[in-house]
Design a protein around this ligand. Structure first.
Ligand SMILES: [Fe+2]
Length: 306
């Protein structure tokens, strides 16, 4: 099966045939919330965590945004320990009052936005390249590589996203996105199902090009970073391949991807391919500008078909 596009989706650019065959998407009535059995974490899984962590940590400390670098320190994420979701959640709770919920896999929009609106962030507990991961997706055409996996795994969820959950402004922004998603689904204006699906995809595009794969002008707050940009997208920060792509494109060693100025109207109608290195990155001027842009343009996510 390939992702379906409906009537209003012809307004989108960059439409990619994202394959979603056999990917299980959990809904409210499924057993989507699980417990991490930390005692069952194998040596092999810890080794994979160590491998992934050691490949990216120097690069992210150099080119990651300050929110990310400070977040790694606040959470005391380290090379040695496979993430214990409960204790990470407790640390985050004491800082920003957000919680992390361990989940079985992809969540549908209702669940995902409802969680975020209630200041809860979902995290998987399995790691790419592990037998548990392969077993779960044995029937799916999901890339399962050290450099990148489109299916969320604990390295992406914890290393890429959790550091930002220690920053209150960022957390407020995420909660507002969740709230807006929830409002789209509540549909108080009585829009058609096609328009609801279209507006949800607009919000998904926004999330993709910002907190998943966003880049920011260098804020000059990290003397180690000599590039024009710094990285705040969790999908980049948790992927060695994507990190190196951003660095190489910044240094003009590669022309694989382009850097475009952030324009929220363009961002909301730009689709993406989640199985490949991104062909573009939208560059924000600052986190504050991103937050304001979202707050000032919520109408873009309530498109009424005219
Ligand atoms: Fe993510």
């Amino acid at each position: 099966m390939v992702e379906t596009y409906k009537k209003y989706d012809s307004l989108f650019t960059n439409i990619k045939p994202n394959a979603i065959e056999n990917v299980v998407i959990f809904s409210k009535n499924d057993s989507w919330e699980i417990q991490q059995h930390y005692g069952d974490v194998t040596q092999k899984e810890t080794k994979i965590w160590q491998h992934l962590y050691s490949k990216v940590i120097d690069i992210t400390n150099q080119f990651g945004s300050i929110e990310f670098i400070q977040g790694i320190e606040k959470l005391e994420l380290c090379f040695n320990e496979f993430p214990n979701i409960k204790s990470i959640s407790n640390r985050i709770k004491s800082i920003t009052d957000w919680e992390v919920v361990t989940v079985a896999g992809f969540l549908d929009e209702y669940l995902f936005f409802e969680l975020n609106a209630n200041r809860r962030f979902p995290s998987t507990d399995i790691i790419r390249q592990s037998p548990r991961f392969s077993e779960k997706y044995y029937n799916s055409p999901i890339k399962n590589e050290f450099g990148y996996t489109p299916e969320p795994d604990v390295f992406h969820d914890v290393f890429g996203h959790m550091p930002f959950l220690t920053n209150q402004s960022y957390c407020n922004f995420l909660a507002e996105i969740g709230q807006l998603g929830y409002e789209i689904l509540l549909n108080e204006k009585g829009l058609s199902q096609e328009l609801i699906a279209h507006n949800l995809k607009r919000l998904q595009n926004f999330a993709w090009w910002t907190y998943e794969f966003g880049v920011m002008k260098n804020q000059k707050d990290n003397p180690k970073n000599n590039l024009k940009y710094q990285i705040y997208g969790a999908g980049i920060l948790s992927s060695y391949d994507e990190l190196m792509n951003v660095v190489n494109c910044c240094e003009n060693k590669s022309s694989q991807s382009v850097f475009l100025p952030f324009d929220i109207e363009e961002v909301v109608i730009t689709r993406f391919d989640y199985s490949e290195i991104q062909d573009r990155y939208f560059v924000i001027n600052s986190m504050e500008e991103l937050y304001q842009s979202f707050r000032n343009n919520k109408n873009l996510f309530m498109y009424e078909g005219k």
